[in-house]
Structures are given as C-alpha cells and as structure tokens.
Design a protein around this ligand. Structure first.
Ligand code: ZN
Ligand code: ZN
Length: 422
C-alpha cells in the first residue's frame, strides 16, 4: 500500500513548525496584552450550526464542507471556519451574562473542500479574535488595530487595509432591492448559481467568480450609498478611531464578505506585494449572529487570518524567522558516563536551561560534530575522571575559550554566561 497524506493536507515538519510557533506566539502575546483570552471549540459540530451560522447561500456551505453521518446517524461537519463554533459556545455557556465585553482569541484548524492552488489547503489553520457585547465603533477599531500591530511587529510591509460598511438588516433591504433592479435585465446572461442567488440573496451575486457575472458586479450599486443614518455614523466613528491610531486605510465599497452574518464594518488586509497579492485576513462586525443562532441580542466583531497565507507573505518578503536555538550546553560522554551525562543534562533543564547529550552511543568526536551542527552554546566532555572529581572543563563554542568549573556550579555559570541572557 502506498500511504500518503490525503490530497489537500500537509504534514508540518519540525522546521516549519518552528516558524509557525513564532507566528502563533507573537499573536498570542499580542492578544494577551490587548486583554483577549483563548477559546478552543470542537473540531466538528452539528451540520445545522454552519448552515444557519455561515449561511446556506454561501459557497462554503453549499460546496466546501466536510459533512458526514456518525454511527448514530447525526449529521456532523468538520468546522470550515471558527466564528460559528465560538458563537455556539458563547450561547451554550451563557457568556452573555459574563462581564462585557468578552474578548476571545483562537488558533484552530479548519476544513474546506476547495480547489487546489498555491497556499491553499483543505486542512488549514486560522488565528482569530471575537469581541462580544460591544456595539461601539471602538471595538471595530480595536480589532483592526490589533491586526495592524501584529503585521507591524512581524516586520511585514506593503499590507493595505481596506474597509467598508455593509449596513444593517434595515438598510440592507433597500440595498437588495437596488441590486435586484440592477441585475434583473441581465439575469438571462448570468450563471446558474446567480439565478438562485437572485432570489435567495442577491448580495452573493457580487462575489461570483464567473467572468460574465464578475464583470456585471463592477457596475453594481454599492451598499455604502444606501446606509441608514445610524450605520453612516458608526462607519464615520470607526474611521475616526483608526485615524487616531495612525492607521491608514482605503474605503473600498466593493468589499463584501463571503459569509452571510456580517453587519456594518467589514475589512480586509490585502498584500500589495507582487507574487502574493490578495487578502491576508478578513473580518467584520456580525451583530445578528448570536440571535440568529438562538442566543440573546449581542453584538460582536471579529476576524480570522489564514496562517498558511501569512507564511507565504513572510517568505515572499524575505523575513527569516528564528530557527530552533541550539542547547545552552552539549554534554559529550563515553559509554561508562552516558547516564551521568543524562543526569547532568536533566538537572540543568530543571534549572531552566537547555541541554542535550548523546543517545546514540557515538564517539566523542562524532558528538562534538553533532554539538557544532545543532549550534550548542557550550560543550563539556564528561569522562570518568570528571565524574569522580566533580569538576570539568567547559568550552565556549563561539571563541573556543575554556574554563574549569565544579559540575554543581555549571547551572549558575551558564545562566551568567550564555548568549542572549536577559
Ligand atoms: Zn443601517
Ligand atoms: Zn454568477
């Protein structure tokens, strides 16, 4: 049997895992400094959650979900996105009664049956935030600001923020009527999907990828021209709050999110760099979703960002991420002292240092080579004489300088002398 990872999935090998850890830790750290707490939700949910939460007219629900029956004949779906599950948990655990606002972040893998292309996988990872309970424009401006700070912290350049307002249910009806009036005469020339969308949800016609449909979308009326007074004011305040943070943006009235539950602010961070052009991250406000899924009326705003897309962008911009650092100390040993070397390494690790020793029964010469290859800060050869006397010679790999010290004092010595010590 020729066993391979399923099409659309990929193994994350140690080198890449190290890079991802760097991106993830930077995100976690930033979220925590902004006062966000982590949430983890199940990998699969009842299918109905996504049908109702993502919208049955969306491509995700209609074409891309991994749905299956379990042994009790319930329909389950691997999560295609994070928000629906987080909202379900929010309702199920009565979080509406918790102190508001509730600010959450997540790091989750998602599953979508998508066409294969560069940087797109059928299992992929997203980093995201959701803020519940705050309808104020400052909440929108906070999550956008968090992302802006994240990209800046990673050293990414040429990332453009585009924002738009898609109104509330009240002003959207006026807009939908305007859209139908625009599309009706063209309907015979549009794709089959759009014929359905015309009745179900004409907003979806705007992001149809068929050539003839997308050409028509360019001339379609925009929601921005149909906002009610409240939505207009909210959008103005979001923009002012971004201005005060010194965040540049472009108002793009053509941004329509692919999911049905967004209200008012929608935004995207778009790469301007040749080779990786396109959206890196998208989000917005979804004031109607908690209620839609059976919860109380609680406003919310959030975003999700694809880790694979972010990795491509980092690579394209030549930003090298930290490699796995070598151990503070490598302890070379002989067969008679290998267990002593292991014990010394374990004791140093318990003191908060990093240490490695040979597990292969290799010659001291081969161990020296290994220590060099892994980038050890110091090296110590532990023979029977060292074990008996309780003393050894520690060598700094960077300059070859040597010092004889008590084995018991190595921990203190390393803490004082290692590279990059605080
Ligand atoms: Zn409105
Ligand atoms: Zn179409």
């Amino acid at each position: 049997m020729d066993l391979k990872a399923p099409r659309g999935t990929k193994d994350i090998l140690p080198k890449e895992a190290t890079k991802r850890q760097y991106l993830e830790r930077a995100f976690e750290d930033l979220c925590h400094r902004y006062g966000y707490e982590e949430i983890r939700v199940p990998t699969f949910e009842y299918t109905e959650l996504f049908v109702r939460g993502v919208g049955d007219s969306s491509d995700v629900v209609r074409k891309e979900m991994y749905t299956f029956q379990d042994k009790s004949d319930r329909s389950l779906t691997l999560r295609p996105e994070g928000t629906a599950g987080v909202v379900r948990a929010f309702i199920e655990h009565g979080m509406a009664s918790w102190p508001a606002p509730l600010k959450l972040w997540y790091k989750l893998n998602m599953f979508r049956y998508e066409k294969m292309q560069k940087g797109r996988y059928r299992e992929f990872w997203q980093l995201g935030c959701e803020v519940f309970g705050a309808s104020a424009s400052t909440a929108d401006a906070e999550v956008i600001g968090l992302l802006d700070a994240y990209f800046a912290g990673l050293g990414l350049e040429g990332i453009r923020l585009e924002i738009n307002s898609i109104g509330c249910p009240a002003c959207r009806e006026t807009y939908k009527a305007a859209l139908r009036a625009y599309y009706e005469p063209e309907l015979p020339h549009m794709c089959e999907d759009c014929q359905v969308r015309f009745t179900r949800n004409p907003l979806r016609m705007l992001d149809c990828k068929e050539d003839s449909c997308s050409r028509l979308a360019e001339g379609a009326p925009v929601q921005l021209d149909y906002l009610c007074d409240d939505c207009k004011e909210h959008f103005t305040l979001v923009r002012q709050a971004l201005d005060k943070q010194g965040i540049h943006y472009l108002v793009n009235p053509r941004i329509v999110r692919g999911l049905d539950y967004y209200t008012r602010t929608v935004f995207e961070f778009v790469s301007e760099n040749v080779g990786t052009q396109g959206s890196i991250c998208g989000g917005g406000r979804y004031d109607g979703l908690v209620h839609e899924l059976g919860g109380p009326d609680v406003p919310a705003v959030g975003f999700a960002m694809g880790v694979e897309r972010l990795m491509l962008e980092m690579e394209a911009q030549g930003i090298t991420l930290v490699e796995k650092p070598g151990p503070d100390l490598y302890i070379a040993s002989f067969s008679a002292t290998s267990a002593d070397a292991l014990a010394l390494a374990a004791s140093l690790i318990r003191q908060g240092l990093s240490a490695e020793t040979d597990l292969m029964g290799r010659s001291v010469r081969a161990q020296m080579k290994a220590a060099d290859r892994m980038g050890a800060g110091f090296i110590l050869v532990l023979g029977e004489e060292e074990v008996t006397s309780g003393q050894g010679t520690i060598r700094k790999m960077a300059d070859g300088s040597e010092e004889t010290i008590l084995l018991d004092a190595i921990g203190t010595y390393l803490k004082e002398n290692k590279e990059g010590k605080p």
